[in-house]
Design a protein. Sequence first.
Length: 159
Amino acid sequence: MARNIILSRNDTIITKNIKHRIILAIFYSGGLRISELIHLKIEHLHIQRHQILIKDAKGRKDRFVSIAKSILPLLENYLVTYKPKLYLREGPKGGKYTASSVRKFLHKSSRLAKINYIVTPHTLRHSYARHLLEQGVGLRHIQELLGHSRPETTMIYII
């Protein structure tokens, strides 16, 4: 079952495509759901504050998540190079990128990295939560970052 798989800190998903790299970096950096990433608008990036506003997430809640300082150069490079108009990652004809496209390149990239299990966008979310716990971040704070209303839901992610 993919939800119990956690990427170790030694697992590196390989992709040279900057568009794909930014998606993976944002997924892991903020612990986003795939729907949150697909709906992420440029106006919700608060680069100076190292934050992303997640609007109308599951349960119609808004929340802020962090952007890791380590991905800021990649993010700025992506924004300058591709100049997305509305969404962080837009499809070839504009508009939102699709969940199936994300899953396809993630599967291909994890295979190239010789990761021997299926990696999904949700695997990155679980890994984010587990790595926070390993760094000593409290369960309540992880719950808020993931946008969960109940601590029991968060426990599924970190056990």
